[in-house]
Design a protein. Structure first.
Lengths: 116, 114
């Protein structure tokens, strides 16, 4: 079974600065997906960024980028130029590519606070 | 497209009562699932379905039932509510198989059992 670990329950960053959220995972599969989801106070789960394990290149979406280290099973999220709207819970998640095993395995989340 | 819809948004039950949380999607997704979210524990899978007529248990299935009679709907039934089922419940859906990875989440239902 896969596990996902987020070791930082809370993080804070000054507005306009950069912050990195950590995530490690454990799996015996060689190909899979990794995601970061954002959950603002509205409770809605919003997909921030995704990474396919077989792709060497780190994914980037505007101010959000990942550092994917497959051998180390590490998948950190970097938020550049932090904005007040980035304040939320962030969840790292794993998904198998096997048919019938599309479930997401989540970490316990990191609460990000933006300091004006 | 409405995406994934859930009703109700909030619910208060007394211990022992039963109820059904509704979930519907209009994206023709094969895969649907229910998660519960508790403080400090992330989201955990309750039940899931890979298509109409096919359901299976997730990580925390006890006390919950599901059925999938249509592609669109995937209701979650609480048979006899217990305070331990106080949580926020999310329904999610996605296409099945490789290359179609994104799961779409509903807005959630906050359930309190007293």
């Amino acid at each position: 079974a896969q596990t996902v670990t987020q070791s930082q329950p809370e993080m804070s960053v000054q507005e306009a600065e950069t912050v990195t959220l950590s995530c490690t995972y454990d799996t015996s599969e060689s190909d899979y997906y990794l995601f970061w989801y954002k959950q603002p106070p509205s409770r809605q789960m919003i997909l921030v960024i995704r990474q396919e394990a077989y792709k060497q290149q780190n994914a980037t979406e505007n101010r959000f980028s990942v550092n994917f280290q497959k051998a180390a099973k590490s998948f950190s999220l970097k938020i550049s130029d932090s904005q007040l709207g980035d304040a939320a819970m962030y969840f790292c998640a794993y998904r198998s590519k096997n048919f019938g095993n599309e479930k997401l395995t989540f970490g316990t989340g990191t609460r990000l606070t933006i300091i004006p | 497209n409405a995406g994934v819809t859930q009703t109700p948004k909030f619910q208060v039950l007394k211990t022992g009562q039963s109820m059904t949380l509704q979930c519907a999607q209009d994206m023709n997704h094969e895969y649907m699932s229910w998660y519960r979210q508790d403080p400090g524990m992330g989201l955990r899978l309750i039940h899931y379905s890979v298509g109409a007529g096919i359901t299976d248990q997730g990580e925390v299935p006890n006390g919950y039932n599901v059925s999938r009679s249509t592609t669109e709907d995937f209701p979650l039934r609480l048979l006899s509510a217990a305070p331990s089922q106080t949580s926020v419940y999310f329904c999610a859906s996605s296409y099945s198989g490789q290359g179609r990875y994104e799961q779409y989440f509903g807005p959630g239902t906050r359930l309190t059992v007293t």
